[in-house]
Design a protein around this ligand. Structure first.
Ligand code: UDP
Ligand code: MG
Length: 158
């Protein structure tokens, strides 16, 4: 089934000048870009985006991380895109993310702040259909998510 999913190159990806590299990883597997914006996230946007984590001990570190500077927020589409993007992104913990995944190949080691594990892991990707719909609607208006045909969508000559 064709799906849309929300991806963020988090501020550590921007600071490490990895935006182009990371977009390229997703483009190369054939995912389609439907929307894209460079944003300075606010504390309120962080709380809405990470609603499931707001009460967790690591949340203050997570909010500080995601709002420390601009991030690139985008919507990718493709068949089974939600699971495919999660596979490409890899495990949340940089230490256990497999080589070949974005986090396995490039992510920082976790930073320790008191008892928090502060995981700088370069990218966010929606976890499931419900999260994807909620997160796309949080970051983009309906008119900003563009549907269009790619040249390979149009090719019927095989
Ligand atoms: N996070 C953290 N410490 C933790 C768990 C999560 O700093 O112990 C951060 C990390 O940046 C992670 C984000 O919170 O990517 C969201 O956590 P989640 O478990 O949803 O991981 P994800 O969906 O990003 O793989
Ligand atoms: Mg998550």
């Amino acid at each position: 089934m064709y799906e849309k999913t929300l991806v963020i190159v988090k501020p550590d990806g921007v600071q490490r000048r990895m935006v182009g590299t990371l977009i390229s990883r997703f483009e190369k597997v054939g995912l389609k870009i439907h929307a894209m914006r460079f944003v300075q996230a606010t504390d309120e946007q962080s709380k809405a985006h990470y609603a499931e984590h707001v009460d967790k001990p690591f949340y203050p570190s997570l909010e500080a991380y995601i709002t420390v500077g601009p991030a690139l927020v985008f919507v990718l589409g493709g068949t089974g895109a939600i699971a495919k993007v999660r596979q490409l992104v890899g495990d949340t913990e940089p230490a256990s993310a497999l080589p070949g995944t974005i986090r396995g190949d490039y992510a920082h080691q976790p930073l320790e702040r008191g008892s928090d594990r502060f995981l700088c892991n370069l990218v966010h990707a929606s976890a499931n259909t419900e999260d994807a719909e909620r997160e796309v609607a949080l970051w983009f208006g309906p008119d900003e998510v563009l549907d269009y045909a790619m040249i390979d969508d149009m090719y019927t000559g095989l």
